[in-house]
Structure formats: C-alpha cells, structure tokens
Ligand binder design. Structure first.
Ligand code: ZN
Ligand code: ZN
Length: 86
C-alpha cells in the first residue's frame, strides 16, 4: 500500500470573514455558487442559452444546449432507474 507523498491541503473552501462571499445563482433549482463574478456571469449565461432542451424528469432541472447532450443525460437517468427497480 502506497501513501501519497504530497500532503498539500487542497481545500478550496470559502473562509468565513474573508469578506468575499460567493454569489449564488438565482435560477430556480440551480443553487450554483461562485465567488468569481466573471465566472458567475458565464454560468448565468448557460441558463439563458440552454433553454431549448430541458430534462423532463421531475425535480431534475437539467437543461442542455444540445439535444444529444440531453439525450445522453436522460439515457443515463433511465438506465439508473431500471437498475433501481425491484
Ligand atoms: Zn445557475
Ligand atoms: Zn435530468
């Protein structure tokens, strides 16, 4: 058994009191949060551009820019659902 040599702390948590609170996406059911404003803007943009193909599963909220992307998402959902039954 090999134990990693690097003991670097790669935690990227937001420190309380840092003054920089991550902004949270206000899109219903998204919950995406990001401290970087430009990143946030780019994320919001995905909501605007990906309206065309929405997942039909209740409570999913997934939306894809391309139909093939949504298709693979739905297929994966269906497959896990079939495995879950019983
Ligand atoms: Zn969002
Ligand atoms: Zn879905």
């Amino acid at each position: 058994m090999r134990i990693g040599v690097t003991t670097r702390n790669t935690l990227t948590s937001f420190d309380a009191g840092a003054g920089e609170r991550p902004s949270v996406c206000d899109f219903p059911g998204c919950g995406f949060s990001c401290a970087d404003q430009s990143n946030m803007a780019r994320h919001r943009q995905t909501h605007l551009t990906s309206r065309g193909y929405k997942c039909t599963f209740a409570g999913c909220g997934y939306a894809a820019k391309q139909q093939c992307t949504l298709k693979s998402h739905v297929l994966r959902k269906v497959r896990t659902r079939l495995l879950d039954k019983g």
